[in-house]
Design a protein around this ligand. Structure first.
Ligand code: IMP
Ligand code: MG
Length: 169
């Protein structure tokens, strides 16, 4: 396994992003929606650096339907947040944005439920793989088209516990 970003690099970068989010939300009410399972570690680190007394945590779990390892665009919600999001400021936290299907679906859905704002923080972004036009508001690192694991990201459900982001050479 090759190290792409060390634990120290990742946490330093997430801290910067957290400080930026702190400024942008300026103590406004916000709901951080963690996309399970992959985003659990990123979210745990991120919220420690968001200084906001009006922050709430929510968790959703989704899976995209895969067709030969490619996302088909359909998203299956396994664990949902509440239906009525009228007036809420939502910050979705993801591990990686690849085709963009997952985040595009969640963003549209939360806006449909009445959210006042929906922003996205993704630890990693693979823009070369995008199928739908969506850009995270906050990104940890932009990466090339490599299959990466660790810091929450899995290889067939394993390796989420690796403290760095790595790839098989
Ligand atoms: P999207 O809907 O195609 O943007 O897919 C995003 C989801 O695909 C992520 O939440 C991951 O679960 C998964 N994924 C995409 N690329 C990778 C990778 O390199 N390693 C591990 N999981 C990945
Ligand atoms: Mg995922």
């Amino acid at each position: 396994m090759k190290v792409l970003f060390s634990n120290e690099e990742i946490e330093e970068r997430i801290k910067e992003v957290g400080e930026e989010i702190t400024k942008d939300y300026n103590n406004e009410e916000m709901k951080v929606v963690v996309v399970l399972k992959g985003a659990f570690m990123t979210a745990a680190t991120l919220v420690k650096y968001i200084d906001n007394m009006n922050l709430e945590m929510e968790f959703t779990r989704v899976s995209s339907y895969l067709d030969k390892k490619e996302s088909t665009g359909k998203v299956n919600v396994l664990v949902d947040i509440k239906e009525d999001l009228t007036g809420e400021n939502i910050l979705i936290v993801e591990d990686i944005i690849d085709s963009g299907n997952t985040l595009n679906f969640l963003k549209e859905e939360y806006l449909r439920r009445g959210a006042k704002s929906v922003k996205i923080m993704s630890l990693l972004d693979k823009p070369s793989r995008r199928k739908v036009d969506i850009t995270p508001d906050y990104t940890g690192f932009v990466i090339e088209d490599k299959f990466v694991v660790g810091y929450g990201l899995d290889n067939n459900e394993k390796e989420r516990n690796i403290p760095y982001v790595g790839y098989i050479d």
